[in-house]
Each structure stands twice: as structure tokens, then as C-alpha cells.
Ligand binder design. Structure first.
Ligand code: SAH
Ligand code: CA
Length: 211
């Protein structure tokens, strides 16, 4: 589902800073060589994540769901000097590729890439995060929120991707993943610890500010 028609989408991308050469290559190679390339954030969303990160100027970022590293690199652009992004993914098959991309970007010292189940790893992290990006399995979105909320500083942000789930949030008989997204959206909407705005960017970004 596209929220904008193709011509308008093109116009938006043409008037958004282009991807760097490396991000363009990751985008292209992911589409050519990796399963489910649609999961990659892509040009517009990548630039939105970079811009938001620059606005926040985080010292510590947590990303849940690395995939091929595209969004991690975009988010890392806004880190303060000495800042660090921790990114988690359960899929070890992509590890060599992703480490190569982080090296090529000269970001391997800023990005801490951990392979494993995010549900197990998050409780072991002792950082206080300025920004968390939730983008792994949709079934666990509410669990990820619960696991990170006390690790985010007051005034920090949580951003969750795909909260429109290709428009399926309006389905009359939602499937399991859609139900999980619906539950997450309602849960954070009702949670008085966060201010929430659902940005209709690409597949929907839920932006939460911890009060
Ligand atoms: N953030 C990436 C896309 C992430 S795709 C981008 O925007 O470019 C979702 C990723 O979540 C997949 O790579 C998948 O392996 C990972 N994932 C799924 N379940 C997970 C879990 N329980 N723990 C950690 N990662 C998980
Ligand atoms: Ca996503």
C-alpha cells in the first residue's frame, strides 16, 4: 500500500536529500540478494530517521531489528560524538554482510551489533537510551515497548515502524500480526507515560516521547 500516488512519491523523494552511495548500494544489493527486501527502510524513511536522529542528538540508540543495517546506519548519523547505537537481530545469516556494511561506513566503532533474540537481550542492557527504534517481529511490539520503557530517559523517544501494516489495521478480520499492531497502537495511545503521534510516513511510524 502506498499512502501517496507514484508521481507524488517521486516528487517527495526528488526533494529529499539523496541516499549516500553506500546506502544506495545496500538498498540495491538487499533487493538483489536478500529475502524480503521490502523490509528495508529505503530512501525516504531512511532520511526521515536520519533527520529525527539529528533532531534528538542521541548518545545511546537501541534498534530492535537490524536486517541489512540500512536503518541502523541512518539512525547512527545523528549520534553525538562518543555516542553508540546498539542493534539487535535474531538472523545470523546476515551477520557477515551487515558487519561489512558497518565497516564500509566507518561506523563499526559506533554500532554495536548483537545477534540473538531481542526478547532475551534487552533485559541485559544497562544503558539509558535517548532513542529506541522498534522494527522486529510485529507479534512482540507490545513486549518490546514494555521491555524498553524503563530504559528510556525522560524526554527520550521510541519510534515503532510499520504501525499501519499496509493498511491492514483497518481490516474487519485482522490476522495475528495485524492484531498485535492494533494492540500496540492502542496500548501506547492509552499509556500516560508517553506522548504519541502516528506519522503516516511509508508504512506508518509511531513516534513516542517519554514524559
Ligand atoms: N530495521 C531494518 C528492517 C528490519 S526487518 C530497516 O529498516 O532496514 C525486521 C528484522 O527483525 C529481521 O531482520 C528479523 O530477523 C528481525 N527479528 C525478528 N524477530 C526478532 C527477534 N525476536 N529478535 C531480534 N530480531 C528479530
Ligand atoms: Ca520496518
Amino acid at each position: 500500500m502506498d499512502l501517496l500516488d507514484t508521481a507524488l512519491s517521486q516528487y517527495v523523494e526528488q526533494h529529499t536529500e539523496p541516499e549516500t552511495g553506500l546506502l544506495k548500494n545496500i538498498n540495491r544489493d538487499t533487493h538483489a540478494e536478500v529475502m524480503m527486501p521490502r523490509m528495508l527502510s529505503g530512501h525516504l524513511q531512511g532520511r526521515v530517521l536520519s533527520m529525527l536522529s539529528h533532531m534528538i542528538r542521541p548518545k545511546y540508540i537501541l534498534e530492535i531489528g537490524t536486517y541489512t543495517g540500512y536503518s541502523a546506519l541512518c539512525l547512527s548519523e545523528g549520534l553525538t560524538t562518543g555516542g553508540e547505537l546498539i542493534t539487535l537481530d535474531i538472523n545470523e545469516e546476515l551477520e557477515d554482510r551487515v558487519r561489512r556494511y558497518f565497516q564500509e561506513a566507518g561506523a563499526a566503532d559506533r554500532i554495536h551489533y548483537i545477534i540473538g533474540n531481542a526478547i532475551d537481550i534487552i533485559p541485559t542492557l544497562e544503558h539509558t537510551f535517548d532513542l529506541v527504534f522498534i522494527d522486529a517481529d510485529k507479534i512482540n511490539y507490545s513486549n518490546y515497548f514494555d521491555a524498553v520503557i524503563d530504559k528510556v530517559r525522560g524526554g527520550g523517544y521510541i519510534i515503532a515502524d510499520n504501525v499501519l501494516w499496509s493498511g491492514k489495521v483497518l481490516d474487519e478480520t485482522p490476522d495475528k500480526d495485524t492484531k498485535a499492531i492494533l494492540d500496540f497502537n492502542q496500548k501506547v495511545h492509552n499509556d500516560e507515560r508517553v506522548q504519541n503521534v502516528l506519522l503516516p510516513v511509508r508504512d506508518g511510524l509511531m513516534v513516542l516521547r517519554k514524559l
